[in-house]
Design a protein around this ligand. Structure first.
Ligand SMILES: Cc1ncc(C[n+]2csc(CCOP(=O)(O)OP(=O)(O)O)c2C)c(N)n1
Length: 649
């Protein structure tokens, strides 16, 4: 109450209603060590309704994490450790960034999946070095969101018994009572998802909460939802059970009244009585003991299974095996044309043989996305050792589950869908980018060349919209070998989600002896002319081939063109200015960019005197070649446009 009052902003209601549950979970049930938030076998905790951040910050401070009362007093201030919503990597003990409702539930599902997978991979009879639980607290808002349903459905299917979710059932959201918009029977819904559903009628009954949590832990075949009936802003005489308490300070007077009612000194701010703090801090001691017990188990494990122990350390630290990228895979022009999605499938399979933490799948498009790891088992409730994940048609959950898998540690996730459905994973990708997670998104069918399926399935604005997002790296390789390079680049990327934009259609394999440059530069001279070029042709992905053909056509007309391949703006921008100017000489103002997507943004490379062949409308249903031709993606049109640009000068 005080922190929110001082900041004059924040959400007091949910933290007050959940205080009792937070207390029981964090001090009596959850295995965690406030002195080491990185202990690999700690129970994971996700506060899905990130607006209730003050609950999490209070628990972190009270139980002894590296967060002080000063930090609490600086809630929501510039540079503080206590931002408005919890941010991963910013505050010790915060396991994931939450705020966009529902995503936390899916993060928790990913963490619980990671736990089961690593348990299957590493546990040996009599020595389970991986055996923790994943807890989440979510509210009405989370459970109204589709992503939570997608994720809960997945968790039920997978029988994730170590996933326990407390539902803060306080009947209030921002606009008022949930009666106005949310009247379904949540319990029946989760029951149908194959969850165990428990109800605690009084959200302040410590014993009942603890008993329910223990019942939840005892059910190992199904996840558990604990429906906890709480009162928003519990203890506030005039604001309890009212939407007014959701997202605004209670007001000084009301804070005093609430403190009086709860038996606190109404005149003291940020008062934590010593005995209260001492009681909470017992958790830190208990946590250290728990970790020490685990360490002893691990030491025995290391003695008995030294090789596995090494692999465990590599997994948990993200250490890559030596030479993982050496002589991975090479394609020759004689092999014939191959779609970059197909080359991606081969690269992924080759990498998966060498990198045991690589794990993922597709949102029911594996045959199209080429994301299946051949000959390897599927991750199911009977085979958690499987590295092939069947995400089902649940793109949004897939994104947030991938984040959860990575956040848990020990797994390098990838996930696939069609580029056009980038919009369905976008909210999760955004939070992953914010969290600096190196997830690998395989987005195939990356242009209108998709063809017959028509404009609903033909991406147009997606690549530009992905480039617009901070800390996302888009790689659009132009052929099979560059696709291998793109995968290597993706694996080498440590703090940025990578999107691989891959073609549905077959593309020739370029002869690397004849062409220069590599993807790692982001943009490079692929095919040059002698002397200063009359024009620069800049292209990505499939359209690079049209630019190369156009270069030849232009040569016949004595127009010299340089073809610049620009598979990644983000990588290109990392080069120094000298390099960038070598590739795109400032004195050449005739520039033509070719990309089968919206032209937005290409101005930065073609300048005012340049032109872009792009998509200015949605696509159309017809065979891919016909669609490309009608929208101007042919070598002939590239050459014609280039010629007119050169003549204009
Ligand atoms: C995806 C998304 N949509 C909307 C919001 C804005 N928002 C924050 S909290 C909230 C209501 C949540 O209600 P509930 O989960 O019941 O929380 P309580 O009122 O109990 O604190 C909304 C709509 C959001 N954070 N995320």
């Amino acid at each position: 109450m005080d922190a929110i009052q001082k900041a004059n902003s924040g959400h007091p209601g949910a933290p007050m209603g959940l205080a009792a549950a937070g207390y029981v979970l964090w001090t009596k049930v959850m295995n965690h060590n406030p002195k080491n938030p990185d202990w690999p076998n700690r129970d994971r905790f996700v506060l899905s309704g990130g607006h209730a951040s003050m609950l999490l910050y209070s628990l972190l401070y009270l139980t002894g994490y590296d967060l002080t009362l000063d930090d609490i007093q600086n809630f929501r201030q510039w540079g503080s450790k206590t931002p408005g919503h919890p941010e991963y990597g910013h505050t010790p003990g915060v396991e994931t960034t939450t705020g966009p409702l529902g995503q936390g539930v899916a993060n928790a599902v990913g963490m619980a999946m990671a736990e089961r997978h690593l348990a299957a991979r590493f546990n040996q009879t009599g020595n389970d070095i991986v055996d923790h639980y994943t807890y989440a607290i979510c509210g009405d808002g989370d459970l109204m969101e589709g992503i939570a349903s997608e994720a809960a459905s997945m968790a039920g299917h997978l029988g994730l018994g170590r996933l326990i979710c407390i539902y803060d059932d306080n009947d209030i959201s921002i606009e008022g009572s949930t009666e106005i918009a949310f009247t379904e029977d949540v319990g029946k819904r989760f029951d149908a998802y194959n969850w165990q559903v428990l109800t605690v009628e009084d959200g302040n009954d410590l014993a009942a909460i603890e008993a329910a949590l223990n019942d939840a832990k005892a059910e190992t075949a199904r996840p558990t939802l604990i429906i906890l009936k709480t009162h928003i802003a519990y203890g506030s005489p005039n604001k309890q059970d009212s939407a007014d308490a959701h997202g605004a300070p209670l007001g000084e007077e009301e804070v005093c009244l609430a403190k009086e009612g709860l038996g606190c000194d109404k005149d003291q701010l940020f008062c934590v009585p010593e005995d209260v703090l001492a009681h909470y801090r017992l958790t830190a001691g208990r946590g250290q003991e728990l970790e020490a017990q685990w360490q002893a188990r691990y030491d025995t494990y290391k003695r008995d299974y030294p090789q596995l122990a090494d692999e465990w350390v590599n997994a948990i630290t993200g250490f890559l095996p030596r030479d993982w990228d050496k002589d991975l895979l090479a394609f020759a022009p004689e092999d014939g044309p191959i779609a970059t999605r197909a080359a991606s499938g081969k690269a992924l399979n080759a990498l998966a043989q060498r990198i045991p933490t690589l794990m993922g799948g597709s949102a029911d498009l594996a045959p199209s996305n080429k994301t299946f790891l051949d000959g390897m088992p599927v991750f199911q409730k009977t085979s958690y050792e499987g590295r092939n994940i069947r995400f089902g048609v649940r793109e949004h959950a897939m994104g947030a589950v991938m984040s959860g898998l990575f956040l848990h540690g020990g797994i390098r996730p990838y996930g696939g869908t069609f580029m056009v459905f980038a919009d369905y994973v976008r909210p999760a990708l955004r939070v992953a980018a914010l969290m600096k997670l190196p997830l690998i998104y395989v987005m195939t069918h990356d242009s209108v060349a998709v063809g017959e399926d028509g404009p609903t399935h033909q991406p147009v604005e997606q690549i530009a919209s992905l480039r617009a997002m901070p800390n996302v790296m888009v790689l659009r390789p132009c052929d099979a070998n560059e696709t291998v390079d793109a995968w290597i680049q993706a694996i080498n990327t440590n703090s940025t989600p990578v999107v691989l934009a891959l073609s549905r259609q077959k593309l020739p394999v370029l002869d690397r002896q004849q062409t220069g440059g590599r993807l790692v530069r982001g943009g490079y001279v692929l095919s040059d002319c002698s002397g200063t070029p009359d024009i620069l042709l800049i292209a990505t992905g499939a359209e690079v081939h049209q630019a190369l053909d156009a270069q030849k056509m232009l040569a016949e007309k004595k127009i010299t063109a340089r073809v610049v391949n620009m598979p990644s703006w983000e990588l290109f921008e990392k080069n120094d200015d000298d390099y960038k100017q070598q590739v795109l000489p400032p004195e050449v103002s005739a520039r033509l960019a070719v990309e089968a997507g919206v032209p937005m943004g290409w101005e930065r490379y073609v300048g005012n005197a340049g032109k872009v062949i792009g998509m200015n409308s949605f696509g159309a249903s017809a065979p891919g070649g016909t669609v490309l031709k009608n929208f101007g993606f042919t070598a002939e049109n590239v050459a014609a446009q280039a010629e007119s640009l050169v003549k204009k000068r």
